[in-house]
Design a protein around this ligand. Structure first.
Ligand SMILES: [Zn+2]
Length: 266
């Protein structure tokens, strides 16, 4: 597993001409943090993104993105353009057998429930707040845990190919305390979602959100402000889960990113 995490190493690309700093490697699924002169406008793939008062901005790269990325910074009528090549990530194939059949192909009577769950989650992920917690360094949610599932792996559940796994799974005993990876505001706090069980979504600003899933206990409420390192709940096996573990997710709006791209896991 260890070899995967070199992707999490962060470096700076500086270009003084552009007054533009980019932190993060341009691998598929990664989060990229940028800083430019305050008052600049920033466009990614021609879409304008939010720039903080101090000049920070953030965006993410889709899991299967192949084409180059275009960044434009506009200040005082001058446009600077930068094109970045996107590096491919190798994704694993993960087979999981022995799941209860109804968890792999849900029964009709829960379709409505799943639809409602998805609505709540996508609403939380679409928030575009001015919070700027995303500029801080993330910390791992659990200590001394083993990674049992990585981002992008194709899952074959009971022999049926499913959508890729977008989270990072940490195996831990049920009841282990989970700590917030970053300062944030709770935008969703639920005990019993069909797939993901006990779940929390945090907003960190500019479309960056994190998700914690399969929790046994959820200690936070909607709208609550949380500090990095605060205990937010405990590890469980609620929802679709073969055993106790924590699954964390990272998003830039609807784009599902690799949590390992922001965590120092070695
Ligand atoms: Zn998972």
């Amino acid at each position: 597993m260890k070899k995967l995490f070199f992707l999490g190493i962060i470096f700076f690309i500086s270009n003084s001409l552009y007054a533009l700093e980019l932190k993060g490697t341009f691998y598929q699924g990664n989060l990229i943090l940028g800083k430019t002169e305050p008052g600049s406008k920033v466009f990614v793939d021609t879409d304008e993104i939010k720039v903080s008062k101090k000049g920070f901005f953030v965006f993410g790269l889709k899991k299967d993105r192949k084409n180059d990325l275009l960044i434009e910074v506009v200040k005082n009528g001058i446009t600077n353009k930068l094109t970045k090549k996107i590096y491919k990530k190798k994704y694993q194939v993960q087979k999981i057998n022995g799941l209860p059949g109804k968890q792999v192909t849900p029964p009709k009577e829960v379709y409505e429930r799943i639809k409602n769950d998805n609505k709540l989650i996508s609403k939380a992920r679409s928030i575009n707040s001015d919070l700027n917690f995303f500029t801080s360094k993330f910390k791992a949610p659990l200590k001394n845990s083993i990674i049992t599932g990585v981002y992008g792996s194709q899952r074959i559940l009971n022999g049926i190919p499913k959508s890729p796994h977008y989270g990072l799974d940490f195996a831990a005993n049920e009841g282990t305390k989970i700590k917030a990876m970053l300062d944030g505001v709770v935008t969703l706090s639920k005990q019993d979602l069909y797939y993901t069980g006990g779940k929390i979504v945090f907003d960190h600003g500019h479309g960056i959100s994190t998700l914690y899933m399969h929790m046994r206990d959820v200690y936070v409420k909607n709208g609550q402000s949380i500090k990095q390192g605060d205990v937010i709940g405990t590890v469980g096996k609620t929802g679709r889960s073969t055993g106790p573990h924590l699954d964390v997710r990272l998003n830039w709006f609807g784009v599902k990113l690799d949590p390992a791209s922001v965590l120092d896991l070695n």
